[in-house]
Design a protein around this ligand. Structure first.
Ligand code: MLT
Length: 236
């Protein structure tokens, strides 16, 4: 288990990578693909995102946030509830967020890069069991700090794979598994107590997003990042 600031070529070389940003970038990605978006193109900067939008204007929509708020001139912010089929079906989603898209880019040298949130955690765990190989789970966090929403999701994935494959893991990985297992009955109250980004979103009126992102396993899909695009794996 690692945070974005631990990621370097050495730790991800020849490994699969799971990128997590439950609140809210990876929850948006999973939702958009489940609602038939053609692909997601993540970018670190607003400028790069706008440039790529210009080249794909007819098919694309521009999405993302800074400080949790929609970027001026974009079609959507970073609320997964906007990524319904009517808005995203067949579209290319051009996305830039403060932490999540930056983390995906930081991991692009990984062997295979999976995108995980609580809403597709079991699908990701099943994929890791199938792969049965070295994997780094990367928590996007907030401004280079661990964020409890991501830790909970990492803990859930570890909990789901623990008895299915032989794993040796760092202590932090075991710690997040324990935290998840002790709090899985009421993730909402636990994060309200422990997660600053959760509370920032709440203060900004995104209460519905919080309830949505804390649901588990509502989508059986495995999004994979490859050469600039995120798509669903093998028809799943
Ligand atoms: C991010 O990538 O920093 C987050 O997804 C921020 C947010 O909740 O909008």
């Amino acid at each position: 288990l690692a945070s974005v600031k631990d990621v370097n070529e050495k730790i991800i070389l020849n490994k699969n990578v799971v990128v997590i940003d439950v609140l809210r970038a990876t929850s948006v990605i999973v939702t958009a693909l489940a609602n038939r978006a053609r692909q997601i193109m993540p970018f670190e900067s607003i400028e790069e995102a706008k440039e790529h939008y210009k080249a794909n204007e007819l098919l694309a929509i521009l999405c993302g946030e800074r400080s949790a708020k929609i970027v001026e001139g974009f079609h959507f912010g970073n609320s997964p509830l906007d990524f319904i089929e009517d808005n995203v079906s067949n579209k290319i989603i051009i996305q830039t967020t403060s932490n999540g898209t930056r983390t995906i880019k930081a991991c692009e040298k990984g062997r295979r890069i999976y995108i995980a949130a609580l809403i597709n955690a079991k699908a990701i765990a099943d994929q890791l069991i199938k792969d049965n190989m070295g994997t780094v789970i990367v928590c996007s966090g907030t401004n280079d700090q661990y964020s409890m929403d991501d830790a909970i999701c990492a803990g859930m994935i570890v909990s789901l794979i623990e008895n299915k494959v032989k794993i040796s893991m760092n202590d932090l990985g075991w710690a997040v598994k324990e935290i998840y297992e002790h709090n899985k009955g009421d993730l909402y109250s636990f994060l309200a107590k422990t997660c600053s980004h959760f509370n920032l979103l709440k203060q900004n009126g995104f209460e519905e997003d919080l309830h949505y992102c804390l649901q588990t396993n509502i989508y059986d899909i495995v999004p994979v990042y490859h050469e600039g695009n995120i798509r669903i794996i093998d028809g799943k």
